[in-house]
Design a protein around this ligand. Structure first.
Ligand code: ADP
Ligand code: MG
Length: 336
């Protein structure tokens, strides 16, 4: 190569590097506490700073709207007054009620008084008496929640909460924020509900870990995905040991008023809609493995992984995207 050619080649290489670094979006990371959990966000965007600010603001706005723990939240006012005029809450109620209906009430936002009674809100855990459970159950029925126009109304004494869907709904809202901020590549871990947006900057798909219920700091496997929300409901996430020595988890079966105890350890649902993945992860957990499989076969439109002690039931559409960790000892059973 002549000195001139070497010079041209170096100049071209240099150009390439500049172009590449000009093309590759900058990486921005943020982590914060909200919705009673931790959120970790990684953005690949030239608008990382303004996108981060908007993400935090939108998360805080929704927390203040939906949190039952926040005395000034809209949902708290709804539960106290029995009605609320708020277009966004009415819309979310309507969409969540549809999922309560399609899951045959396995998801029921009006189960809240039982969530409270078992101590899952105050963290002052207790096993309520059978009579108390029976009496609270009389008020549980999502069909008595009405959302008409911008108005939500409850039957007297009823209380609702969006704990089972709030993080999924947040994922959908943050997707709209990232559209506005022209951010095509991001990974948002919203307290266990993960939104994998676009692809990684290197063009490969995101890898989302599935917690091992036996030791939730470890992963039992991982999923490759792109433009999906991956929501997990697990009995390990919040539970207490009762005076009878049994474990009671924070997901309540609206038919019995008792924490779910059907052998399911966790359910992960993968779908384009965050609201739906979060709703279904809770609902399939309540349904148990047989009914969850029936629901999947009848409805479709999502994929799931249901873990019991020894088996990972993996729905058809995820078989190729799921990788079992080398250290994990689950049998895999495909759901078709
Ligand atoms: P997490 O919030 O831990 O990610 P989930 O999405 O499964 O888990 O939501 C569980 C929360 O939903 C509970 O803490 C409670 O507030 C509420 N909840 C419990 N059981 C039900 C149910 N059957 N239907 C609707 N909401 C429920
Ligand atoms: Mg959920």
């Amino acid at each position: 190569m002549t000195p001139r050619l070497i010079k041209i080649t170096i100049a071209l290489l240099f150009c390439g590097v500049i172009i590449l670094s000009g093309c590759a979006a900058q990486s921005t990371e943020l982590s914060f506490e909200a919705m009673d959990t931790f959120m970790r966000v990684k953005l690949f965007s030239d608008n990382g700073e303004s996108a981060s600010l908007k993400i935090r603001a939108e998360t805080e706005r929704l927390d203040a709207l939906l949190s039952t723990a926040d005395k000034s939240s809209a949902v708290r006012a709804l539960n106290e007054d029995g009605s609320l005029q708020n277009g966004e809450v009415a819309d979310l109620t309507r969409r969540t009620l549809e999922l309560c209906g399609s899951t045959g009430g396995a998801l029921d936002i009006s189960v809240y008084p039982l969530v409270e009674e078992w101590g899952f809100i105050s963290r002052d855990y207790k096993i309520p008496s059978r009579e108390r459970i029976a009496s609270l159950l009389e008020g549980v029925d999502y069909r008595s929640v009405k959302a008409e126009g911008e108005l939500v109304t409850l039957r007297p004494g009823m209380k609702i909460d969006f704990g089972a869907v709030a993080k999924g709904y947040l994922a959908d809202r943050l997707s709209a924020v990232l559209d506005e901020e022209k951010t095509a590549s991001a990974l948002l871990n919203l307290g266990g509900t993960v939104y994998a947006r676009g692809k990684k900057p290197d063009g490969s798909r995101w890898t989302v870990g599935i917690a091992d219920p036996e030791n939730s700091a470890d992963f039992m496997g991982s999923l490759e995905c792109e433009d999906r929300v991956v929501a997990t409901s697990g009995s390990y996430e919040r539970f207490f040991t009762g005076s009878d020595g049994r474990l009671y988890c924070h997901i309540i079966d609206p038919k019995t008023g008792y924490p779910v105890d059907n052998g399911v350890k966790s359910v992960t649902v993968v779908c384009e809609s965050g609201l739906k993945s979060d709703a279904l992860s809770t609902a399939l957990f309540v349904m148990g493995k047989e009914k969850a499989a029936e629901y999947y076969k009848r409805n479709g439109g999502f994929e799931y992984i249901l873990l019991t002690d020894k088996t990972a039931y993996v729905s058809d559409g995820l078989i190729g995207d799921f990788n079992l960790a080398r250290t994990a000892s689950y049998e895999i059973e495909a759901i078709r």
